[in-house]
Design a protein around this ligand. Structure first.
Ligand SMILES: [Zn+2]
Ligand SMILES: [Zn+2]
Length: 344
């Protein structure tokens, strides 16, 4: 049986923390469940997952749908799309069997690239590599989640750029159903017509083909979310605090409303890009202050003199989980201050 390799290139940058990341994990489970119900897909479809934030890495090497186990996705700071595409191309080179005079190789691989941001690494060489060596050998479907993604850049990679509008659960589920159905249909189609790929004709209404619309270029700085990194004073474990752009603009500028604080693993730092020129944001623009997601301390939003964010239960002595210095929070410490933003 010739294999139909399907690669998922998933953006796990910190702006995805919370609902988008949970949706993506649940989506992968839904796709596998669906593919397992179809005899043809069960036989021929092979899945692989590559994740990218500040770094990119192979999470699941190409494997049949029965053996595929939906991975828990990491999260990090940054959007290394260039590194992700290189990782993809290296793995296609390594894993996908080419057709030769002696043997029939795998079917043309299908790649679903899902991203919610703009790349933080250089993509020029990578795009050139994709276009010259892979564009004919694989089908790439790029899907932007939300309105921050750089669809102009994605359009240089492929004609198949789709925008997923809105992030309600129903639209996302339709989108995932469409992926499952498209992959299943392709696994049948290639048998009679080897050049077949994913058809965009039957995409759900929540998906917009980018070339049908004038491309809206958003500002270079990511202004739709603010993500901050903190550590729990008690457990020392990291967490992210996420704010979304509010519809109101305050006196001092754009305001952001709290979505929540989310525990993350220590691997967050390994998945993050090291950038010493991080942008600062003043707390006067941030509305809402969450409790610590690890220990329940009243606020996850206190700052040590080293600049690190930590949790605290009000005016009390503290031991900074970032720099190990002891300090004291007093009642008067409630004023606004600058904090360092993540890369989005
Ligand atoms: Zn805590
Ligand atoms: Zn400190």
């Amino acid at each position: 049986m010739r294999r139909l390799p399907v690669y998922f290139l998933l953006d796990v940058s910190e702006s995805m923390i919370g609902q988008p990341l949970r949706q993506l994990e649940a989506g992968m489970e839904q796709i596998v469940r669906s593919l397992r119900t179809d005899p043809q897909a069960l036989e021929s479809v092979y899945l692989s997952v590559i994740a990218f934030a500040g770094k990119a890495d192979l999470i699941v090497p190409l494997i049949d749908v029965v053996s595929f186990y939906p991975p828990r996705l990491p999260v990090g700071s940054g959007t290394a799309l260039g590194a992700a595409l290189n990782c993809l191309m290296d793995n296609i080179e390594k894993e996908v069997v080419k057709t030769t005079a002696e043997r029939r190789g795998d079917w043309k691989p299908v790649v679903f690239l899902m991203t919610d941001g703009r790349p933080t690494d250089n993509t020029d060489e990578v795009i050139k590599r994709w276009r010259t060596e892979f564009a004919n050998r694989a089908q790439l479907v790029a899907i932007t989640l939300g309105d921050r993604a750089d669809s102009t850049l994605l359009a240089e990679l492929t004609d198949d750029v789709l925008c997923l509008e809105g992030n309600d659960g129903k639209t996302f589920k339709q989108f995932i159903d469409w992926i499952s159905a498209s992959v299943t249909a392709t696994s049948y189609l290639v048998e009679s017509n080897p050049g077949s790929g994913i058809s965009l004709a039957k995409k759900p209404t929540g998906l917009t083909l980018v070339k049908d619309f004038p491309v809206h270029t958003s500002s270079a700085v990511d202004e739709s979310v603010v993500v901050l990194t903190g550590r729990c004073q008690k457990s020392k474990r990291p967490y992210l605090i996420k704010y979304n752009r509010s519809d109101d603009v305050g006196f001092g500028g754009q305001e952001f409303e709290l979505e929540g604080a989310f525990p993350v693993e220590e691997s967050f730092f390994a998945w993050s890009v090291n950038d010493h020129n991080r942008v600062q944001v003043n707390t006067e623009h941030l509305i809402g202050c969450p409790p610590c997601p690890h220990c329940g301390n009243g606020t996850a939003f206190a700052m040590c003199s080293c600049g690190g964010l930590l949790c605290t239960d009000g005016a009390a002595p503290y031991l900074c989980p970032w720099c190990n210095l002891e300090g004291m929070f007093s009642e008067g410490d409630g004023g606004d201050f600058d904090v360092t933003r993540g890369m989005g």
